[in-house]
Design a protein around this ligand. Structure first.
Ligand code: B12
Ligand code: SF4
Length: 423
């Protein structure tokens, strides 16, 4: 049974963030014991259905997928497309399809499931089905790839920018290597063309970088792009919702980021535990975060614009480690962005979770939901999980209100108070 919130409840801040439309739907049986409601975000089903009914019959349909635990939406979409176009082949790819290919093959209803990069695969399949050869051979390297066909959207205020694939690090919880393989990137001139076209022709103002390792080899890649943006005085706004690596920050880059229009910056920190930092190949140490925040503040960024990710719910991680990491981030006068762990097959953390009995090797992807899995791990019971979230949200609110930087003691006192309040 659907209980609709009115569509008007959706709020777009114009930069691609905001409160999106949400509807509560029946909880899948496997999640019955979770003490939370189950909702779906995004365009309501009836509107999607209406839109699909306006399509003329295509030769082939390509469907993408996001988070593994969102797969019910993918299944619903494919079922809708199959009802409308029973004879048209449906090809599924994307993150869920790449991380749970067997599940996707069994359950999705797609005619074919493709893992990993899709640019070449889609062209090859389209060529085969239509008998109409494309110029796929031109795109052998990522460096040659054109940008996405954003002109197919009627209107956009913000877009995601992907200037590279993959990451040179090997964090034990991360799927980057499985999804993207070796690090590779587009030519800075191509990226510039894309930004310029999106801004000048499509009137896009906000750009969110989706790269895994945006600052890697920055002098050959991001720096020339940003220098060009500054030279052309484009008046665009950039965001890094995906964390960037603090160690790569220096004063020149921080100034360039400020000048070229970065508005929100998230830094990858993950944890204060030295052991965990070592397991991530020391991609970040406390000193790296301190220095990066220093450079960014010096360049003109403030507490409302800066935040750092702290992970919670990793196998073997207790709430104390999360709290200590949060206190450290807040003591630098930047916001803390709590990211709860979602186990990913094929990663060392998945194997640890299975070995310690927290997850079955053939678990339903629904159980990898980042709001559910941490409830099972370590001492992250439901109350602790909620308390940590409340602490982060409250501390961030205080920070946004101005006091900068918060002293260690102030943060600790605030946290203690809130801890007492939420029990
Ligand atoms: C950008 C990003 C974000 C952004 C945007 C998320 C969003 N909702 O879109 C932000 C920062 C907000 C984010 C947040 C989170 N993220 Co995130 N994110 C990513 C990231 C870095 C890139 C995803 C992306 O869009 N890539 C660009 C597109 C073009 O790539 P792609 O979808 O993979 O498509 C390629 C192929 O798959 C293929 N393909 C795609 N579709 C199709 C279709 C066909 C037919 C074919 C043939 C091929 C094909 O071709 C494409 C080009 O090669 C990935 C890591 C990664 N390297 O992929 C993590 C990732 C998806 N995130 C992850 C996680 C855990 C999260 C969080 C839960 C973290 C947290 N705890 O807070 C939150 C969830 C928030 C939310 N509700 O969305 C996990 C996935 C977990 C899971 N179980 O699925 C990943 C894999 C990172 C990781 N930990 O390893 N994330
Ligand atoms: S640095 Fe980020 S993208 Fe790279 S492996 Fe670690 S978590 Fe994944």
């Amino acid at each position: 049974m659907l209980s609709f919130q009115r569509l008007s409840h959706a709020k777009d801040r114009g930069d691609g963030t905001g409160h999106f439309y949400k509807e509560f739907i029946d909880k899948p049986t496997i999640l019955q014991s979770v003490p939370r409601r189950y909702g779906r975000y995004g365009i309501p089903y009836f509107l999607v259905q209406k839109e699909v009914n306006t399509f003329t019959t295509p030769d082939v349909i390509f469907v993408t997928s996001g988070m593994t635990y969102w797969y019910p939406g993918v299944l619903e979409m494919i079922s809708l497309l199959k009802q409308r176009f029973p004879k048209v082949p449906v090809i599924l790819g994307g993150i869920y399809a790449s991380l749970f290919p067997e599940h996707a093959r069994k359950k999705s209803g797609a005619d074919e499931v493709i893992c990993g990069a899709g640019e070449q695969a889609c062209l090859r399949i389209a060529d085969e089905i239509t008998g109409n050869p494309s110029d796929a051979h031109r795109y052998r390297e990522m460096a040659d790839l054109p940008g996405p066909a954003y002109d197919l959207y009627p209107r956009m205020d913000s877009v995601a920018l992907l200037t590279s694939h993959g990451c040179p690090y090997r964090c034990p919880f991360c799927a980057s290597r499985i999804l993207s393989g070796e690090y590779r990137r587009r030519q800075p001139s191509r990226v510039m063309e894309e930004i310029e076209w999106l801004h000048n022709v499509q009137d896009v103002r906000h750009f969110a970088f989706y790269d895994d390792a945006l600052l890697y080899r920055k002098d050959e890649h991001l720096v020339p792009i940003l220098e060009e943006i500054v030279a052309r005085n484009m008046g665009v706004c950039f965001h890094t919702p995906n964390g960037i690596q603090p160690r790569e920050m220096d004063d020149r880059l921080a100034r360039l980021m400020h000048e070229s229009g970065f508005k929100t910056i998230r830094l990858s920190y993950e944890s204060k535990s030295r052991e965990r930092q070592e397991r991530m190949g020391l991609k970040v140490r406390d000193d790296d975060l301190i220095r990066a925040v220093g450079f960014l503040k010096e360049a003109g960024f403030d507490s409302r614009q800066l935040g750092s990710y702290v992970l919670m719910g990793l196998p073997g991680q207790d709430a104390g480690e999360v709290l200590e990491s949060m206190v450290f981030v807040l003591s630098l006068g930047i916001q803390v962005n709590l990211a709860s762990f979602s186990p990913i097959p094929g990663t060392p953390c998945w194997q640890e979770a299975v070995a310690s009995g927290l997850l079955d090797a053939d678990a339903d992807p629904l159980l990898t939901n980042n709001s559910i899995y941490p409830l099972k791990s370590g001492d992250h019971d439901y109350d602790t999980f909620v308390a940590l979230g409340t602490l982060a949200a409250t501390a961030n609110r205080i920070l946004k209100g101005g006091s900068d930087p918060l002293s260690h003691e102030t943060v600790k006192t605030q946290m203690k108070r809130i801890m007492e309040r939420v029990g």
